[in-house]
Design a protein around this ligand. Sequence first.
Ligand SMILES: Cc1cc2nc3c(=O)[nH]c(=O)nc-3n(C[C@H](O)[C@H](O)[C@H](O)COP(=O)(O)O)c2cc1C
Length: 118
Amino acid sequence: MSKKSFPLSKVYGLLEPAPVVMVTTALEGRSNIMTMSWYTMMEFEPPTVGCIISNRNHTFNILKKTRECVINIPTLELARKIVGCGNSSGRKIDKFKVFGLTETAVAGDTIKLPSKMK
Ligand SMILES: Cc1cc2nc3c(=O)[nH]c(=O)nc-3n(C[C@H](O)[C@H](O)[C@H](O)COP(=O)(O)O)c2cc1C
């Protein structure tokens, strides 16, 4: 077996075995959803996930205020909507409506956010 060189700009794709996830947040009755792949497990007990969320994202601003979010693991058939949610901002549009996710948003059990995606 021989080693191969890859362009550095492509290497991250090989280091990313975990699924892309969807972060849902809510502020003043308006929910938002953002695509995220920069996260990692930090601790087993209590289960802790570390995330990198850009301060240019609307999600960042909501999180700063509410300190609450849900991490949703989407299914493959949502792939196009996931790309859409990762290339548009809740600052300008209601992504649940635009990408037809309203039907899949189910109220959370312990916090007031959409927490499940069918
Ligand atoms: C596959 C994929 C993965 C992404 N991962 C992240 C991430 O880990 N952190 C981040 O800040 N933005 C990430 N983004 C970009 C955000 O989803 C994007 O900036 C989005 O428009 C933010 O939405 P918001 O302004 O409604 O919060 C990703 C986008 C895609 C398509």
